[in-house]
Design a binder for this molecule. Structure first.
Ligand code: ADP
Ligand code: MG
Length: 608
């Protein structure tokens, strides 16, 4: 994932410095309007346009907003660097001139990767793997669902993985480390300052150590006193390698954080043990506790809850389809009820600890039909493993047949929305429905049809985290089939069903897409009832006549447009979940965490 969106542009140079950019422009002839694009070293995901006019260089920084648009401060937002450059090639809009002639990168001059480019993907994966205990496809999905927030989070802690970062050591210890070994000018390290939780830079020059405090302003930017401001500490360090920005010298060689292991002689073995503990605490513990390290400043993410464990993490668990009765404690509290019986709260005890669970309990034990139904539901759930689908932990056959599932304690989405209207923003709803679309995309890919997707069957773990549940009507399709044909109509949720379900009893992922549209409508109308006063058969003729439900008030146009796409009459013309998920994701990223660009009076000026 995550190649630079400018990578395709022939005038993009990657992470080069300002003076290198000027060299390239000089070599290319310094014509008016000659320009190139490079990575911005100050702001995350940002760029700089370097432009020639009147035999002078002008550098304009392009900021990337959290909503993934790009703009030159004071200018219009654009959806990508290519679109931005195209715009300014037609309209100077505040620049000294239009971008007339691209300064093309020669083939022997590849795009230079930035420090973070090489780290980002691995760090994202490592973070998700460690904090959320995920692997494989589930991990990729969690990354997709939270990419903008995660990238920012990872970038702001990236310095912890750099060789020059020494975490919390006293000033004297910093000096001691700089003086050990060679002492070239520019040797440096970064450490946490003891008192204030800010950073300090210790720097060697002329065999003397200089200490500088790194400022951290209210908007979260890092800088040297009166120097250029950066989003992250590592960007500041990269910049100071090129420009002294007030220091006695530029940064050169990092003083690396090395620990020399003593020979494990008799007397030193105890010391050695301590040293290993020390190494563990310093180097590895932060990997396991990133939540702890970063909890001060990041917003809550969906998986920040104990429920987010993969019960099949241990492959041996897969075999344990059946749960022993003595591993279960069943509460009297009823979470909900249905035709089959009721769902109760409980606790599942394993040697790894106790987990809250929801237990579907059959009421009429003798009815073989109901029992078979529940077995089928369990069989389906057993084959699914996705963060956005309620996981089954197993079946328990005791006083009655019980299906044990992970707990989604906040309950059905429609109820939550109708009772918490004032607490839930549109962005929150878009995020939740994006998660549902990811869960459905997974089902589609695995060739399962849900057949009962509705807001009542989307359960919340917390306000930011949704899971699809209720696989009572679900079917696994044969490898060559793309639909399921029901022989007889049953007690069907007609208002959620596509025309081909009612007319031909044909169920496919495309009919689930129709239901997804209705579920979206329910969500954006805060738990409203679809086709309010109509009865099932009336809805059929309403749809056949070409009518559709109206846009819920406050629902974004793009979301209503997607609902209507989901309600395309012919299933052949209806989008699949790959499309639907992409559409939800693009819209979610475009509105999530929207931070307006910082516009200052001098912001449109070329960088100094
Ligand atoms: P039905 O097939 O009767 O609709 P559901 O599986 O939808 O059965 O469960 C009925 C109700 O039980 C849900 O609406 C919800 O309130 C509660 N419930 C079901 N599963 C869970 C769970 N995993 N966590 C919390 N509550 C649940
Ligand atoms: Mg249900």
């Amino acid at each position: 994932m995550a190649t630079d969106p400018a990578a395709e542009l022939p005038f993009f140079y990657g992470s080069i410095s300002r003076s290198e950019a000027e060299e390239h422009l000089k070599l290319a002839g310094m014509a008016d309007g000659l320009f190139l694009l490079r990575q911005c070293l100050r702001s995350l995901g940002g760029y700089v346009v370097s432009l020639v006019w009147n035999v002078e260089f002008h550098h304009y920084s392009v900021e990337k907003q959290l909503n993934s648009t790009y703009c030159i401060a004071g200018g219009k937002p654009h959806c990508g660097p290519a679109e931005l450059c195209e715009f300014y090639s037609n309209d100077s809009d505040g620049l000294v001139c239009t971008l007339r002639k691209p300064c093309l990168r020669s083939p022997d001059n590849p795009i230079r990767a930035g420090v973070f480019d090489n780290l980002r993907d691995n760090m994202l994966r490592e973070y998700v793997r460690q904090t959320w205990n995920l692997e494989g496809e589930a991990m990729e999905q969690a990354i997709i669902s939270q990419a903008p927030q995660l990238e920012k989070l990872i970038a702001t802690t990236a310095h912890e993985r750099m060789p020059w970062y020494h975490s919390k050591i006293p000033r004297q210890e910093g000096e001691r480390r700089l003086y050990s070994g060679a002492q070239p000018d520019g040797k440096f390290l970064i450490r946490d300052r003891e008192e204030s939780g800010t950073f300090a830079l210790s720097l060697m020059y002329g065999k003397t150590t200089y200490h500088y405090q790194i400022l951290h302003d209210k908007s979260g930017k890092y800088s040297m006193p009166e120097g250029t401001k950066f989003d992250t500490v590592w960007q500041l360090v990269e910049y100071l390698k090129m420009k002294p920005d007030g220091l006695v010298t530029v940064l050169r060689e990092p003083c690396t954080h090395m620990i020399f292991l003593p020979k494990p002689t008799h007397t030193q073995i105890t010391k050695c043990v301590f040293l290993y503990i020390y190494i563990y605490i310093y180097l590895f513990l932060p990997l396991f506790l990133p939540n702890f390290v970063v909890s001060n400043y990041r917003p809550m993410l969906p998986m920040d809850c104990s429920e987010f464990v993969n019960p099949y993490h241990d492959p041996n668990d897969l075999k344990k389809f059946f749960i022993n009765r003595d591993q279960l404690m069943i509460d009297e509290v009823e979470l909900g009820s249905g035709n089959f019986g009721c769902v109760k709260k409980g606790v599942f005890k394993t040697n790894k600890g106790h987990t809250d669970v929801a237990i579907k309990v059959l009421k009429s034990e003798n009815e073989k039909l109901v029992k078979d139904e529940m077995m089928r539901e369990a069989e389906i759930m057993h084959q699914l493993s996705n963060p956005y689908i309620v996981r089954m932990l197993g079946l328990c056959q005791a006083e009655c047949l019980m299906l044990v599932m992970e707990m989604a304690s906040v309950g059905p989405l429609n109820k939550f929305l109708s009772t918490n209207k004032d607490k839930v923003t549109v962005e929150n709803i878009v995020g939740l429905m994006h998660q549902v679309s990811m869960g459905m995309k997974y089902l589609e890919e695995k060739n399962f049809v849900h057949r009962d997707l509705a807001a009542r069957n989307v359960l919340l773990v917390n306000q930011q985290f949704a899971k699809i549940s209720d696989f009572g009507l679900s079917k696994a399709l044969g490898a060559d089939d793309n639909y399921y044909k029901a022989r007889t109509a049953g007690k069907w949720p007609l208002k959620w069903y596509a025309p081909e379900c009612m007319n031909f009893h044909k169920f496919s992922s495309k009919s689930d897409v129709w239901s997804f549209g209705v579920t979206m409508w329910e969500a954006f109308s805060y738990g409203g009832k679809p086709y309010k006063k109509m009865k099932g058969p009336e809805v059929i003729s309403f749809i056949a006549s070409g009518s559709r439900m109206e846009c819920p008030s406050g629902c974004p146009d793009r979301m209503y447009a997607l609902m209507k796409d989901c309600w395309t009459y012919k299933h052949e013309d209806r989008p699949g979940f790959v499309k639907v998920e992409e559409c939800m994701r693009v819209f979610y990223y475009s509105i999530s965490n929207k931070t307006p660009p910082e516009v200052t009076a001098d912001a449109a000026e070329p960088l100094k």
